[in-house]
Ligand binder design. Structure first.
Ligand SMILES: [Zn+2]
Length: 568
């Protein structure tokens, strides 16, 4: 019996490089091209020259790497990266920059699983698997080494030369567009995501040799707190993905804050975040550095708010219902709430934020020391908004019941998101309620700030993590709310009537560090009264302090972070 075989087609390595270049440029770079056109102000000749130059460069790189056993796996990998990146960019409008790689690297399994959707699988099958199978199938013709090198040179040299000439001829326009639109090249697949990953890897490597400088080791508790007669407790709620504009306290047309309104909280209407993603905002919130001076490296190489509090003898605890403290709580008591397998509030490794309340009740009942308790919420983290609130808070309907936001209407997405805010309203009011419940034993207060906001489809953008310079206000305007129990107001001299008149003044994450120090009456040279949001409405005590500004090194010996990490 005759066996018919389809002969595997043959293709030269240079032809395959050219075909792969065309595929990468034309199929996986839609977002890059549309942004390029706007970034260049529709100067078509410059866009076209730049595009051809990028194509020639990509072709040259692929050709130079077209070695016998390397070419197929490399092309498959590059196509897979490009296809995955283009899915996230085109679906959610997000950019795979260094910070986004960092977010991905520290995310939890359940959080990531919400992004691994059917539409991603379909997109990868069409745009990665199909071309990869084709590449695997064809036979690549490779010349002997020296003749291959010579032929490659004959193609690569003129391609690079032409690419250089095209860029040189349009240098002013290209340089301007790249300088003004720093997010443009990050969108270029696959070079953008690969560069981001390499940059993230390099900074992680640098971090291995990180030395943490002590901060505020002169810190001590002031007279008010030291002689309070009962433990002073501040609960810091670090919010997640809550945007200010969806809080009815800030004028939102829906009643998303019924419990906090009834409680009579102090609400700052004009507060901006330090970053647009947890991995940036959270360390920045607890850092002594204001946003203008902040960098990831500085934050990691200097102690933060929780350390200064510890130096002052304040007991600090971090409870986490999110993806961890990003290194902030490395030296203090830390507990993750997400592994409470038996709680009805938890499923699939994630818990509703009420998970804090039972333990908080017990802790406050047994409180003997002046303390700060940080509650790191899961808040409104998307895209699975519907998993962030229980049935009782499913008040705005129909709500989007899938992480595949594209299959929901805007109304359903906003409904689900508003339910998360409604639930956070309940969680915050419950925290205040617990502080009040134990107020014969403790003098407590609560301060809440979200780490960043969220885009819900405005201008086609979803989720968060946009580069700050181009981030929409949906991602950078965050809620900032405080509540003080009667015993706390009395002991610390807080005038809430005065505070209520001061709530339109612009505030930011820069305020958190100094405000919490002020709330705990901690005296140290690193405290800056001008950045303490409550200082103007707090009765002056015998607070003695040096000039604002801080001295990171002071006189304790720096520690190596690698050694520190082993402690917990
Ligand atoms: Zn976040």
């Amino acid at each position: 019996m005759a066996v018919f075989r389809i002969r595997r087609p043959e293709i030269g390595s240079i032809s395959l490089s050219a075909a792969a270049t065309l595929y990468l440029l034309l199929i996986t770079n839609n977002s890059f091209w549309s942004h390029a056109v706007t970034s260049f102000g529709h100067a078509w000749i410059a866009v076209l020259s730049f595009g051809v130059a990028l194509g020639l460069t990509t072709f040259s790189v692929l050709t130079m790497l077209s070695m016998k056993y390397l070419m197929k796996p490399l092309l498959v990998l590059l196509i897979a990266i490009s296809a995955a990146a283009s899915h996230f960019t085109e679906t959610f409008g997000i950019v795979i920059d260094k910070e986004m790689i960092g977010n991905a690297a520290v995310t939890t399994g359940p959080e990531a699983s919400h992004l691994l959707t059917g539409s991603l699988a379909l997109h990868l099958a069409l745009y990665a698997l199909l071309p990869s199978l084709l590449i695997a199938w064809v036979k690549i013709k490779h010349r002997p080494f020296f003749s291959k090198a010579a032929i490659n040179f004959l193609f690569v040299a003129p391609a690079l030369l032409l690419s250089g000439m095209l860029i040189y001829a349009n240098l002013a326009g290209i340089a301007y567009a790249l300088r003004e639109h720093r997010d443009l090249m990050v969108r270029f697949n696959p070079a953008g995501p690969i560069t981001s990953a390499v940059r993230y890897g390099l900074s992680s490597y640098r971090e291995r040799n990180l030395v943490v400088q002590p901060l505020g080791i002169d810190a001590k508790q002031g007279a008010r707190i030291a002689t309070a007669g009962k433990p002073v407790v501040v609960v810091v709620v670090a919010g997640e993905t809550a945007r200010a504009m969806n809080f009815s306290l800030n004028g939102y047309h829906r009643d998303t804050n019924p419990e906090l309104e009834a409680l009579g909280v102090v609400n700052y209407r004009d507060t901006t975040s330090c970053g647009t993603a947890t991995a940036v905002s959270l360390p920045c919130m607890f850092s002594v550095y204001p946003r203008s001076e902040y960098s990831d490296w500085k934050a990691r190489s200097t102690e933060n708010l929780v350390n200064v509090l510890t130096h002052a003898g304040v007991s600090v605890t971090w409870w986490d219902n999110n993806t961890g403290s990003k290194g902030i709580a490395d030296l203090i008591s830390f507990a993750s709430m997400t592994h409470q397998k038996n709680s009805p509030l938890c499923s699939n490794g994630e818990c509703l934020d009420e998970i804090f309340l039972g333990d908080l009740d017990k802790k406050l009942a047994a409180m003997t020391k002046n303390s700060v308790i940080v509650l790191h919420q899961l808040g409104s983290h998307g895209p699975a908004y519907y998993l962030r609130y229980p049935e009782a808070f499913r008040r705005f309907t129909p709500d989007c019941r899938t992480p595949e936001l594209m299959s929901c209407t805007t109304e359903e997405i906003v409904n689900a998101y508003d339910n998360t805010i409604l639930y956070t309203d309940h969680v915050l009011a419950s925290v205040a309620g617990l502080i009040e419940k134990h107020q014969d034993r403790i003098a407590g207060a609560m301060i809440y700030m979200s780490d960043h906001g969220e885009s819900l489809g405005e201008n086609g953008i979803y989720l968060h993590g946009a580069p700050y310079a181009i981030a929409p206000k949906e991602q950078t305007e965050v809620p900032f709310i405080a509540w003080f129990s009667k015993p706390y107001q009395a002991i610390m001299g807080v005038d809430t009537g005065c505070l209520a008149k001061d709530t339109d003044k612009p505030r930011s994450h820069d305020n958190l560090f100094h405000t919490v120090l002020g709330m705990m009456d901690v005296q140290t040279r690193v405290y800056n009264r001008a950045l303490d949001a409550f200082a103007a409405c707090t009765r002056p005590a015998e607070r003695k302090q040096g000039a604002p500004g801080f001295h990171a090194a002071d006189n304790a010996a720096p520690r190596r972070l690698s050694a520190v990490r082993q402690i917990w």
